[in-house]
Design a protein around this ligand. Structure first.
Ligand code: GLU
Length: 458
């Protein structure tokens, strides 16, 4: 997911306290693996990702050692750190930074704040970033980080302290030419500015300003790029446009449903509505709504900003989750968490396209169901890559002390999204495989070439 998507769905209210949730489950994060070993909680997504990669290996001529190297992250950094809360008490947080691969360039990827964050999830997300960057041909590797916490339960001051302390404890494990964090679910431009400021102040004062690019996705005032905030949504829409062109579908009048109304979902909807597409149903952690005449994304966004969710939006009807997934439409856009489109959802969808604005929303079991029902899937690695592409532009602008106009950002993004989309489609056609296999294959081919040319040292 892409970055900055909304929080969880359909989960029952938890009765534990925040402290229990943040602290208590650390030890209970294991379950028994069907193979007999122990796996971490959150490994379901990791397992899916590994299976998808294994499937892809059948279609690429990968050197054994490359497969081996990519099978695990290079570094797994876990820091436990205390932070004083507003009431004077201290609480211990666990922060992760997983650096999957850096053969293509510095490690790159978001920082997620969410109460379901686990090592397994972050490992999978870090690996996804390696392939995303390779597919989009940006000179970065893959990483991901996160803290398991309930963001809504913390004040702005607490979030600032947690972020600064986490950055401090990561120390030289991150760096502007080494590992560059960005926003993800539960974090935003402000979080990145706190990280940047902490990092800048921890290192040599004379070259302080050369370190702005330690993070991307910053606010524009503090060195961010124009177009970064909407970039993931913009990239999703560029992909939809290519899909529509290929299929001869007109977006004007096209109907779609959207899960998640955070940064990615709301920007995707706002951009799509300018192209005449009609939003007929939305779901977030507060409920599901529909209006067959169309929901105005801008008005809904205002409602969400004032109420914290879509529930109670006056210009739509409240529906249940099953009805939401079964709404008749052309496009379904999951823009929230992993594992949302399972076998049941896949059998009830009534659309032609699922575009993965979130990272990992489709389960393994759902894939054959979607394929049988002729529902095309545009996978996360390409669909939500707009965020990291504009992160790259931000990094380049900071490095060169430049500030690009929005039009320039958008047109470069458009070019890169289009190129990746068509490379994926060409591979899929040539090898008669699905889009996900094709996207991973194109990325793996590139990584394989570089490893083959450079060899392994020592
Ligand atoms: N968190 C985003 C993603 O999953 C963006 C990462 C970045 O900009 O580095 O792609």
């Amino acid at each position: 997911m892409a970055d900055e998507v909304t929080t969880d769905f359909g989960r029952e209210a938890e009765t534990e306290t925040t402290a229990q949730r943040e602290r208590g489950r650390r030890d209970a994060d294991t379950e028994t693996d069907p193979e007999g070993g122990e796996v971490e909680d959150g490994n379901e997504f990791y397992r899916i990702h590994q299976t998808q990669l294994a499937r892809t290996m059948e279609h690429v001529d990968l050197e054994n050692h490359v497969e081996l190297i990519l099978s695990e992250p290079k570094n797994e950094i876990i820091v436990n750190f205390p932070v004083q809360m507003d009431d004077g008490d201290y609480r211990l947080f666990t922060g992760y930074r997983i650096q999957h691969n850096n053969i293509m360039g510095p490690y790159k990827g978001g920082i997620r704040y969410h109460h379901d964050v686990t090592l397994g999830e972050i490992k999978a997300l870090a690996s996804v970033m390696t392939y995303k960057c390779a597919l989009l041909e940006i000179p970065f590797g893959g990483a991901k980080g996160g803290i398991r916490m309930v963001t809504d339960d913390h004040s702005g001051d607490e979030l600032e302290s947690i972020t600064r302390r986490f950055t401090h404890d990561l120390g030289t494990n991150i760096g502007p030419e080494y590992d560059i964090p960005a926003p993800d679910m539960g974090t935003n431009g402000q979080t990145m500015v706190w990280m940047m400021d902490t990092y800048m102040n921890m290192h040599n004062q004379l070259s302080k300003n050369a370190r702005r690019r330690i993070v991307t996705g910053k606010t524009i005032a503090s060195g961010g790029s124009r177009g970064r905030e909407k970039a993931t949504g913009q990239g999703v829409v560029y992909c939809i446009q290519e899909w529509a062109d290929e299929r001869g579908v007109r977006l004007d009048g096209c109907e779609y449903i959207l899960q998640g109304f955070g940064n990615v979902g709301s920007h995707t909807a706002r951009i799509l509505s300018r192209l005449g597409a009609v939003l007929v149903g939305v779901q977030d952690h507060t409920g599901s709504i529909m209006n067959r005449d169309g929901i105005y994304p801008r008005k809904l966004n205002e409602h969400v900003e004032n109420n914290g969710g879509i529930a109670g939006y006056p210009e739509a009807e409240s529906i249940d989750g099953d009805e939401f997934w079964g709404l008749d439409c052309d496009i379904c856009i999951p823009a929230a968490l992993e594992l949302q489109v399972d076998e049941d959802v896949a059998s009830s969808l009534d659309c032609d396209l699922v575009i993965e604005a979130a990272n990992g929303p489709t389960t393994l079991e759902a894939e054959p169901v979607l394929a049988d029902r002729d529902i095309e899937v545009i996978p996360d690695v390409v669909a939500n890559a707009g965020g990291v592409v504009v992160s790259y532009f931000e990094w380049v602008q900071n490095k060169r002390s430049e500030s690009w106009q929005l039009q320039e950002v958008d047109s470069r993004l458009h070019f890169m999204m289009k190129r990746a989309f068509h490379e994926m489609r060409a591979f899929a056609r040539e090898h008669d495989v699905d889009n996900r296999t094709a996207a991973f294959a194109v990325a793996l081919d590139r990584l394989n070439d570089v490893y083959t040319e450079r060899g392994v040292f020592p």
